[in-house]
Design a binder for this molecule. Structure first.
Ligand code: NAD
Ligand code: LMR
Length: 330
């Protein structure tokens, strides 16, 4: 018997990421090849945005995806989040050249108050949320605070793109296929302070820091390339990453709904429970293992002094972002 469709809301659905993302959801790459989906697509209530959304929906129709059960196009948050099982919060302003992601905080933050409330009031009992709109960790925190009745652990933000970037850089440096790189781990904020972990990430099953012995590269170029990749793409394209961001979100949600084996993990920003000295009350990137019941933060990983100091710094930035949006946290 075929599965019942699930409802998936995507905000900013006519934007760059939306355009790259929706065909991948509709073709089964996010939820699996036997899971039909109803796409509930939110855009701004402006003629141009809604017309663009109609065009995206026409293209999705024209793909005749077997798993695409139906679509709802709306500019009303209450309609967009009605009965949704997953809310993918992409819609918000991207940064331009010369900006840091948290320069967007005052402009984008308020969006997540209204959306968090609507998710709270209209989402399905099992609703889960993935935030992409920047600064995504702090926006996820805002939505989580606004959704008083939804358990905190249902809120996640995305460092999967950073994980994938780190995997690609390590594979290239080691001269191996990206499939040889596993357990790739990003700690902290999705920002220029994020911490790509070369101790716990593995190449061919060994610590990346043992396989690549060039410490200067690991702590220098590797770090800055991953931390600054978003800016490098904006500089090159004149627009922020879209295909790779959509790919990151497909991987993020896919791996949260398809559990990992014990000992494995993915980089996911989740509410801290105090693990690794990250204060509870922040949403930070951790090693996260999806389980049949939800997920767990993998415990017991060791960091060297360099990584520990960087983790403290990125956590300090998350704390400062939280202070900036204190008025939005209710
Ligand atoms: P975009 O400007 O192409 O598209 C954003 C869309 O969101 C637009 O169509 C806009 O009309 C819509 N929108 C804006 N406010 C909205 C609201 N309140 N409700 C519904 N829709 C709304 O931008 P993009 O390139 O798709 O990027 C979207 C966001 O994702 C940006 O904040 C960007 O910085 C972020 N991003 C995050 C990551 C990550 O790894 N976390 C990666 C890439 C981009
Ligand atoms: C990215 O990492 O590509 C996105 O967060 C966009 C940006 O502003 O860097």
């Amino acid at each position: 018997m075929s599965k019942a469709p699930i409802r998936v809301a995507v905000t900013g659905a006519a934007g760059q990421i939306g355009y790259a993302l929706l065909p991948r959801i509709a073709s089964g790459q996010m939820f699996g090849p036997d899971q039909p989906v109803i796409l509930q697509l939110l855009e701004l209530p402006m003629e141009k945005a809604m017309a663009a959304l109609e065009g995206v929906a026409m293209e999705l129709d024209d793909c005749a995806f077997p798993l695409l059960h139906s679509m709802v196009l709306t500019s009303d948050v209450n309609v967009a989040f009605k009965d949704v099982n997953w809310a993918l919060l992409v819609g918000s302003k991207p940064r331009g050249p010369g900006m840091e992601r948290n320069d967007l905080i005052k402009e984008n933050g308020p969006i997540f108050v209204g959306q968090g409330k609507a998710i709270n009031d209209h989402g399905a009992a099992d609703v889960r949320v993935a935030v992409v709109g920047n600064p995504c960790n702090t926006n996820a925190l805002i939505a989580m605070h606004a959704a008083k009745d939804v358990p905190d652990e249902r809120f996640t933000a995305m460092t999967r793109l950073d994980q994938n970037r780190a995997t690609a850089q390590l594979a290239a440096k080691a001269g191996v296929a990206s499939t040889e790189v596993s357990h790739t781990l990003i700690w902290g904020n999705h920002s220029a302070t994020q911490v790509p972990d070369y101790v716990n990430t593995r190449i061919g099953g060994k610590s990346a820091g043992e396989v690549i012995t060039d410490r200067e590269w690991l702590q220098g170029e590797f770090f800055t390339t991953v931390q600054q990749r978003g800016a490098a793409i904006i500089k090159a394209r004149g627009l922020s990453s879209a295909a790779s961001a959509a790919g990151g979100l497909v991987d993020h949600v896919h791996d949260l709904v398809h559990p990992q084996a014990e000992g494995d993990w993915r980089s996911v920003c989740v509410p801290s429970d105090g693990s690794y000295g990250v204060p509870a009350g922040l949403i930070s990137s951790f090693p996260v293992r999806a389980t049949a019941k939800g997920y767990e933060i993998v415990q017991g990983l060791e960091l060297d002094d360099f990584l520990r100091a960087r983790l403290d710094a990125t956590v300090g930035e998350l704390q400062r972002e939280k202070e900036v949006v204190a008025d939005l946290l209710g």
